[in-house]
Design a protein. Structure first.
Length: 139
């Protein structure tokens, strides 16, 4: 007999290992650019520009991978939506309604706030809408 999978309380926009992989690729790019700067002599302007662009791409990948933790977390008293480095905590009192987006984008869920603004619940599959509605109603 199989046991049902535990319900997740956190949904991420991408798997946890993707930012680490991207940072690793960035380190390889930066390391190979530094090695190319050391090994390639005499420097010519086009080659130097290409190597520096390669180095900049590697540094950017490492820098950008630090902020890729976007997703939604369901807690006992709130829903926390993290966009990059900005967490936004939404309590039951803040949320007026939970709904799916229009038919042209059925893969997203939104929280309608009391002031009329909407917040997209990042990474939450549409199948979790009823569970989130039960959480919102306190059942």
């Amino acid at each position: 007999m199989t046991t049902p999978a535990p319900q997740e309380d956190q949904w991420l926009m991408q798997p946890r290992w993707v930012p680490a992989l991207r940072a690793g690729i960035g380190l390889l790019l930066a390391g190979s650019a530094v090695a190319a700067l050391v090994l390639v002599r005499p420097w010519r302007a086009p080659a130097l520009a290409l190597i520096l662009a390669w180095l900049a791409l590697g540094i950017f990948l490492v820098w950008a991978s630090r902020f890729e933790r976007s997703g939604t977390r369901l807690e006992a008293d709130a829903i926390t939506v993290v966009e990059g480095r900005r967490p936004r905590r939404l309590t039951r009192e803040d949320i007026l309604d939970l709904r799916g987006e229009p038919p042209q984008a059925p893969w997203r869920l939104q929280a309608v706030l009391r002031d009329g603004r909407t917040v997209t619940l990042l990474g939450v599959p549409p199948g979790e809408l009823e569970r989130l509605r039960r959480w919102h109603s306190g059942v």
